[in-house]
Design a binder for this molecule. Structure first.
Ligand SMILES: [Zn+2]
Length: 128
């Protein structure tokens, strides 16, 4: 995708294989390196993001693209405030929100019973 079309000959030291990382792993590594929240192409986020490779900035809404300038897929969040949460992902499974409203005593109200027929047995021998 560029001006350098030469292929490197054999004998060079192997470059670190970045490409075997998943986008999520790449974002994690970039995040450690930069100390800012990093995300990757396809995550749905709103805000200002900068390409971690060429610093190209985008004002993103919707799904993150790949960098229009260099093709990078990892983006660094440039905004202030807490780490944004990609749409469709949960911050954590903590604090489950119960949408059913306030808790109600689970007292089961039984309908009044019809008078149980009580069998009175007469003549029970109580002697053991
Ligand atoms: Zn870029």
């Amino acid at each position: 995708m560029g001006t350098s079309g030469r292929t490197d000959g054999p004998g060079k030291t192997a470059a670190p294989q970045k490409s075997n990382l998943t986008p999520a792993q790449g974002a994690q590594q970039a995040e450690k390196r930069l100390g800012k929240p990093c995300f990757f192409t396809g995550q749905r986020l709103v805000g200002i993001y900068a390409c971690v490779t060429c610093q190209f900035r985008i004002n993103n809404r919707g799904a993150l693209p790949s960098c229009p300038d260099c093709g990078e897929i990892i983006w660094c969040y440039m905004g202030d405030g807490p780490r944004p949460i990609p749409e469709g992902e949960t911050a954590a499974s903590a604090a489950p929100v119960d949408s059913t409203g306030p808790a109600v005593d689970q007292e089961v109200v039984l309908p009044p019973r019809a008078q149980d027929p009580v069998k009175v047995e007469e003549g029970i021998n109580l002697e053991m």
